[in-house]
Design a protein around this ligand. Sequence first.
Ligand code: ATP
Ligand code: MG
Length: 649
Amino acid sequence: MDRYSEIYRHSVDEPESFWRAEAAAIDWQAPFTRVLDDDAAPLSRWFVGGTTNLCHNAVDRHLATRSSQVALIYVSTETGIERTYTYRDLFDEVNRVAAMLVAEGVGRGDRVLLYLPMVPEALFAMLACTRIGAIHSVVFGGFASSSLATRIDDARPTVILSADAGSRAGRVVPYKPLLDAALELAGHRPSRVVLLDRGLASMTRVDGRDVDWATLRDEHFDARVPCVWLESSEPSYILYTSGTTGIPKGVQRDTGGHAVALVASMRYIFDPAAFDGTVDPVSGRRTFFAASDIGWVVGHCYIVYAPLLCGMASLMYEGLPIRGMDGEADPGIWWSLVARHRVNAMFTAPTAIRVLKKQDPSHLTRHDLSSLDALFLAGEPLDEPTARWIAEGIGKPILDNYWQTETGWPMLSTQRGIDPSMEPRFGSPGKPVVGFRLKLLDEASNAEVGANRKGVLVIEAPLPPGCMSTVWGDDRRFVETYWSLLADRSVYSTFDWGIRDDDGYWFILGRTDDVINVAGHRLGTREIEESISGHAAIAETAVVGVADALKGQVPIAFAIVRDPVSIATPADRLRLEGEVMATVDRSLGALARPARVHFVPTLPKTRSGKMLRRALQAVCEGRDPGDLATIEDPTALEHVRIALGPPFP
Ligand code: ATP
Ligand code: MG
């Protein structure tokens, strides 16, 4: 058996022995008495009886050896601000916020809602919450008032932390009016709203409720707040899923399992070098750059907790991937940050790479990327042309990895920390990650399928540490939503569809909702999209299944062309549509051929860059697209309507 298979087998066959060893990577105040308590499965608890604290592990414990090492590099190309904080600075800042919260009456188990842009204070506040045992709930900054109100009512925070404004492409996005409107809509009332004034937008303050962040920080400037030791399964945070399918779920994460899993993920997946004592020869440390937002799970895990738990420096970035410090266009901005701050590993979403792909590729080679080991991508399918483009452009391994807000860390990935010779394969996020008992089940019979057969991707209980413990405040919803696929066996459904090849590489074919049923044959939208992206003229595409009287469903494709000249005339459009159909015929067969290929200037996506297929499908079928609070650009659906033409009488 190869090394990966051996360690993976051990992790899933003897989870208690595997995770007992992994747990040694963090500090425990009191040791756990049981590795796994599965008595109330599928509600399982890891490291039972052990007490620990996330903030202690991410900050305090590094003071002895790393107090003057950089912990946080903050870069905002929106405001032109760049700052670095050592572990000592971080400790001071976190204590100030913790003292602020304690003074406002926040205690163990109370919720604190953060509605903040990408500012260092957001990271301080998250750590301050976990320091005092409060549960943070970060809501993506700039979400509409209605989305924010729902989350306020669900989390019922004692205190809300917010700011005057965010900024996007140099445009100020005032947050305070959105927050005020949300508080009008919400039934729950926080006792206090603490407001960070970035000097971007004016704010009207509500007397007795709203207070100024800087004033409180001054009041608590020299404060020291002890860490509150929590039992391992006490919650650390609530985070809502991205809302791509329209129903955000409040994912509750524990404390001990979360810390142990994140350290394991760094060791086996994201930065194995950090664990054999390797430091960057120039910076003398390890530096991780997750170009995400703290409002998403990648931000929680890989901007905030994982790098700090491992004593690395984290680079936190506010801005677009194509704009520089001076506000001028700069598609090389990220690579210049990699060079200047000696970033050793970087993480972002495929959507960001697709943005870069529209720019001159020479920007990829203008900077010294010698410090960088690999680029990690996750969050949505990574099509092969995009993966190849970036791999060739920067000359580094491109490591796709597959997971969900719910799982909290990757389920599928290349695990170079287990076997350095493990190679990625284009189109595949990799192999099952240690601890995850992944299976593919036939959609009709629920029987496990073998290699090269499509199935629903499930995790056999128990979920490894770091995964969601439950839906916040609703155990029943947790069990009913995720665990009701099989009556006789405890399996968690990912609601994704996948396949694995003979060599054990897994592929994600799309969400189970997105599977198209054409005349009794099941097709993943992902497969058709992948095939269409193979046509040289196509930059991006989305395929949805649309109701059809004859065939049940037919695939309809929407595509963005690389060069608008290629569809200048109606004849050009027709020709390209025919070519795209022929491409699909060749790779997947006529059954998968889209009934129509519509060319559009933009596609509807969430603020995190995920394709809103449900909205596309609804518009195609003449239905209401539903809640669009998370949509990036509402005009995208207008373009879709225009492309579809007037409805038939
Ligand atoms: P919601 O659950 O609220 O509808 P969401 O599923 O988009 O939103 P996330 O938890 O952010 O919320 O996303 C997880 C989903 O993203 C996965 O279930 C999968 O469909 C998709 N995904 C994530 N990573 C990958 C990847 N590497 N390849 C393919 N798909 C991926
Ligand atoms: Mg989901």
